[in-house]
Design a protein around this ligand. Structure first.
Ligand code: URA
Length: 429
């Protein structure tokens, strides 16, 4: 077999067999196929697509390239969730303890933030002492004890995807439905959860720009998961506005706690109820509406927050110490005129928060856990000139000027009301 012939074949739009995909992907991981040939293959996939069979084969080959995390030692129904990215997305912090409070089991492997999107692990590490580097054995034991554990993603999960994703990032080949589906599902299937719920986002800052494209991606991933014997569901949600009112690390922990106690912002509570209802339905086989109500019930009766506290204690965190902390400096940005907020660029808001110190430009950058942003108003709201728009928090005043410039360019005001896209577009189950 020659890589050159396979590139010719894909360029003509023909499907590659499982053996041919093996040859390319394994060869690339082993250094036998150079970057330029893999990049040509990825670009051909972007332009010509892949059949469902090819996408499934690519998923399985990348999944098999690293560790397989066996969760058979967990007693009870195991469920995972994955979001394709959001600004202010703190849903995992609410969902994992709430699912445990309901009787589900959640061993959630999460990542760190890079660029304009935050990471659950960074958020949790803003709690002094909270350990995220746990072995699988330790995490499984914790889940059997209290039902929940959130830990850093194993370095050895789908290494083929890691190498290919780094190349996609440099070669304008990220935004391909089959490549995104294979990439995400290779990592999800490497962990042995019985159920998986996908939160597929659309909008200006998301991989998928339209709800229709998000549905297409979700359907592909559902198909791949079901073919591998997993229970699957997906929620299609908008990323046109940040979720909740806070974007950062410790400030998102505070907002997640409010939500766990049943007093969170409406949009965040709504998305969590939809995702949580779908996750609990995969665990217990009751109808989704009942599961949604039961999910909201554990937020209201304090059980979800109790689970969160148990998880923080089990992983060495000091929640009281975390909640006492405050950023050294704050600066407000007020509306420069009266009118409707007609648009908010979520990606720019994410970049401003990174500029404040809450995120990383490069992988090796460190994070300021206290830096963050309060978003006072969202798209569609009418505000008076002089009303608070944003409150920035940081440990150094020098960060404010450039973040403020980005934030002012992220908001558009107008005289006429605008209709906002629905937060939840569709549920696929
Ligand atoms: N997230 C992933 O893990 N992979 C992609 O290709 C896109 C988003």
């Amino acid at each position: 077999m020659r890589a050159y012939d396979l590139l010719e074949k894909k360029k003509r739009g023909e499907a590659l067999s499982q053996e041919e995909l093996h040859f390319l992907i394994d060869g690339y991981v082993q250094g036998e196929i150079p970057d330029y040939q893999m990049a040509a293959f990825l670009m051909a996939v972007c332009l010509r697509g892949m059949t469902d069979q090819e996408t499934e084969a690519m998923t399985q080959i990348m999944r098999a390239s690293g560790a397989q995390i066996d969760l058979a030692g967990i007693e009870g129904p195991t469920v995972d969730k994955h979001s394709t990215g959001g600004v202010g997305d703190k849903t995992t912090l609410v969902l994992a303890p709430a699912i445990a409070a309901l009787g589900g089991r959640m061993m959630k492997m999460s990542g760190r933030g890079l660029g304009y999107t935050g990471g659950t692990i960074d958020k949790l590490e803003s709690i002094p002492g909270f350990r995220t580097a746990l072995s699988t054995e330790e995490a499984v034991a914790q889940v059997n004890r209290i039902g929940v554990c959130i830990l850093g993603q194993s370095e050895d999960l789908a290494p083929a995807d890691k190498k290919i994703y780094a190349l996609r990032d440099l070669t304008a080949t990220v935004d391909s439905v089959p490549l995104i589906a294979a990439s995400i599902m290779s990592k999800k299937l490497a962990v042995g959860n019985q159920g998986i719920v996908l939160d597929v986002t659309y909008g200006s800052g998301a991989f998928m720009k339209t709800p229709e494209a998000a549905v297409q991606l979700a359907q592909k991933m559902i198909h791949i998961g079901r073919s591998a014997g997993r229970k699957m569901a997906a929620v299609i949600s908008s990323m046109e506005i940040p979720l909740g009112h806070y974007v950062g690390n410790l400030c998102e922990i505070r907002e997640a706690i409010d939500t766990l106690c049943g007093r969170g912002p409406e949009d965040l509570t709504e998305v969590c109820a939809e995702l949580g209802g779908a996750m609990w339905a995969l665990c217990c086989d009751k109808d989704r509406e009942t599961c949604r109500e039961e999910f909201l019930g554990v937020l209201q009766n304090g059980q979800a927050f109790e689970k969160f506290q148990q998880m923080v204690r089990a992983q060495g965190g000091d929640l009281d110490a975390a909640l006492e902390q405050k950023a050294g400096y704050t600066r407000e940005i007020r509306a420069w005129k009266s009118g409707y907020v007609t648009h908010m660029d979520t990606e720019k808001i994410g970049i401003a928060v990174m500029t404040l110190g809450a995120g990383r430009k490069r992988k090796e950058d460190s994070i300021d856990p206290l830096a963050g942003l309060f978003v006072a108003h969202k798209t569609g709201e009418y505000i008076e000139g002089g009303d608070l728009l944003f409150r920035m928090e940081a440990s150094s005043r020098e960060r404010f000027a450039s973040a403020e410039e980005i934030l002012c360019s992220a908001v558009t005001m107008g005289n006429d009301p605008v209709s906002t896209p629905p937060l939840l577009y569709k549920i696929l189950h």
